[in-house]
Design a protein around this ligand. Structure first.
Ligand code: ADP
Ligand code: MG
Length: 351
């Protein structure tokens, strides 16, 4: 009797292992990598049939990312951008840094489209508040007025590969660099034949390449700006990018007031538009990154109007106000849902 039970069990185990063995062969392999770049932790996940080749690709993407960081970083003394910032009013020919031309051009274009709500010349103000060093301080009113006068992306000239920046001004691509990198990496991944990958560039910039292996969209949570952790909503993405800007991402407190790292170019002080976070969903990660920062500066009313006025940008947005109200644009119908525990929250649809 015992022998028979044993034989049956053995047969069952053999059977099961054959079945799971078969299933394994049908599933693509998940390949992951994590790296620290652009001041944040980034993680890439790709699904493939060829693990070695994909591992190789992810290593290459990490190298590309470090190369981009070396071009775009405002804090690295040896970066291409620092070279521009140290030019003291002289024209700089970017022949040594050809990779800097496109992101600069795209960033200036976004400044223009957003009417200067995004302004890449805010760097002296960002420094004055101590956001680059962590030695935070609240500048005096006079100092802020002086700083605000100097924030003006229209004073930057970019002709061909020659950039000229007035003395005293400095460019910071911090609001768009992760997005630019996301688009770049996604292009590399698609070019290498990857049909399913998620590129998480940290601090809420994400690019979905294709869909999940089974064909369903990626489901990405949006952080609740009022909570320590956790997300209030989920957006479904397929071949799409998403970016969030929020006051909770980088800030300090002094005398009971919170000061965050997104500045209003008009005042050189933290943007107080009544918003706690803005999430943008769009085909381009750079647009997501730049527009989320700009919409945070604009606030809900102006931001919603900007969305209506710019269908060519093909973006959708989710706004959370400081008093916890949620607004989303109409185009997210079917791909936006409230997360578990937030189902009873009201969502106003912007048309
Ligand atoms: P994060 O990098 O935390 O995702 P953002 O994409 O919103 O956040 O970018 C914020 C960064 O951009 C700041 O740390 C600062 O360096 C810079 N910045 C702040 N305000 C502006 C602005 N109005 N326009 C352009 N850049 C800005
Ligand atoms: Mg941004």
């Amino acid at each position: 009797m015992k022998k028979r039970i044993f034989a049956a069990l053995l047969a069952l185990i053999v059977c099961l292992s054959t079945v799971t063995g078969c299933q394994k062969k049908l599933e693509p392999v998940k390949v992951e990598s994590t790296t620290f770049a652009m001041d944040t932790i980034m993680s890439f996940t790709a699904y493939s049939w060829d693990e070695r080749e994909t591992r190789h690709l992810l290593d290459r993407l990490t190298d590309d990312l470090n190369a981009l960081d070396k071009l775009l970083s405002v804090t690295r003394e040896d970066s291409g951008l620092s070279r521009v910032n140290q030019s003291n009013g002289r024209p700089v020919k970017l022949e040594e840094y050809p990779g800097l031309v496109t992101p600069l051009y795209l960033a200036l274009h976004l400044c223009e489209v957003t009417g200067g709500a995004l302004d890449i010349t805010a760097y002296p103000a960002v420094k004055a508040w101590g956001f680059t060093t962590g030695e935070h301080r609240v500048p005096e009113t006079d100092e802020l007025a002086e700083l605000a006068k100097q924030i003006d992306y229209t004073a930057v000239s970019l002709e061909g590969d020659v950039v000229t920046l007035p003395a005293g001004m400095e460019i910071d691509l911090g609001a768009v660099a992760k997005g630019f990198a996301g688009d770049w990496l996604a292009e590399q991944a698609r070019g290498a034949g990857v049909a399913s990958a998620l590129l998480d560039l940290g601090q809420s910039t994400i690019v979905a390449v294709g869909t999940k292996p089974g064909g369903s969209p990626w489901r990405i949570g949006i952080r609740d700006p009022a909570a320590e952790a956790g997300y209030f909503a989920v957006v479904e993405l397929a071949d799409m990018a998403m970016g969030t800007s929020g006051g909770y991402q980088r800030y300090f407190e002094q005398d009971g007031v919170t000061y965050w790292h997104i500045l209003d170019p008009d005042t050189a002080a933290p943007a107080r538009s009544g918003l706690a976070s803005v999430t943008v969903v769009a085909p381009s990660a750079m647009d997501c990154d730049g527009l989320s920062t700009a919409l945070f500066v604009m606030g809900l009313e102006e931001g919603a109007q900007f969305w209506r006025d710019h269908p060519e940008l093909k973006f959708e947005a989710i706004f959370v106000t400081e008093d916890g109200k949620i607004y989303r644009t109409a185009g997210l119908e079917g791909s936006f849902s409230l997360a578990e525990g937030y189902e009873d929250r009201e969502v106003t649809v912007l048309e």
